[in-house]
Design a protein around this ligand. Structure first.
Ligand code: ATP
Length: 226
């Protein structure tokens, strides 16, 4: 279970968010500038809250009052960005293996096969990122995050840089991830239809605050502005 109760001043905006999520996919939904990325950067450990706590399954990752701040690489949290951020000089195989090596995890052939099958990327292993489509790059980025065996996966607009066709190509993989990988996810998007398809719990973020938390009913009606 992910518990977040934090406050952080960022220039004009104060992100002040509290929510508890035991869902498989927690959606952070809100307009541009609402504070979604800042919030997941706090969960990732990239940003330190001014006040408050973050914990996963009872383990405290941040406690501002106690001076606790677990370092990014010790959180066992995977992060997939809008742009895949693969290493251009490494082929897909080495990109995929990066998280495992950084975390000093033993090789796990069964996990490798499961992840590469799930994301349908086994035929891409010898290619460099420059020779992949945007959708393939994002699938490799997801694979790299999964192979680092995270206990939580953060996805910040992973479909944001893709056109509609590519989004439709990737969405089923994300749904499979949700239903088969067993890793809880926090999914940031400003697209209500993506949220409806993926999120099992949704936090509506407006001006740095969680203004609603629940199911699809917290989303605006189709086509309404955020
Ligand atoms: N380090 C910082 N210093 C000052 N202001 C910041 C800082 N980081 C973010 N902000 C501001 O905080 C606000 C929230 O940014 P954030 O990236 O979290 O929003 P977002 O909801 O993820 O938006 P988007 O969907 O456009 O990525 C923005 O107005 C941004 O300019």
């Amino acid at each position: 279970m992910l518990q977040v109760d934090v406050s952080k001043r960022l220039g004009e905006l104060t992100v002040e968010a509290a929510f508890t999520s035991d869902g498989r996919v927690t959606g952070l939904f809100g307009a541009s500038g609402a504070g979604k990325t800042s919030l997941i950067n706090m969960i990732a450990g990239l940003l330190r809250p001014d006040v408050g706590t973050i914990s996963i399954d009872g383990e405290i990752l941040d406690d501002a009052a106690a001076g606790t701040h677990v370092a990014v690489h010790r959180r066992r949290i995977g992060y997939v960005f809008q742009d895949a951020r693969l290493f251009p000089h490494l082929d897909v195989r080495r990109n995929l293996d990066y998280g495992r090596r950084m975390n000093r995890l033993a090789e796990d052939a069964a996990l490798w096969r499961r992840v590469t099958d799930l994301l349908d990327i086994s035929h891409l292993l010898d290619r460099r990122p420059g020779k992949l489509s945007g959708g393939e790059r994002q699938r490799v980025a997801l694979g790299r995050a999964l192979l680092s065996q995270p206990r939580l996966l953060l996805l910040d607009e992973p479909l944001g840089s893709l056109d509609e066709e590519r989004k439709e190509e990737i969405l089923p993989y994300l749904v499979r991830l949700r239903d088969e990988a067993g890793i809880p996810m926090v999914y940031v998007s400003h697209d209500p239809s993506e949220m409806r398809k993926l999120a099992t719990q949704i936090a509506m973020i407006q001006h740095g605050r969680v203004t609603a938390f629940g199911g699809g009913e917290v989303l605006p009606a189709a086509h309404a502005p955020v």
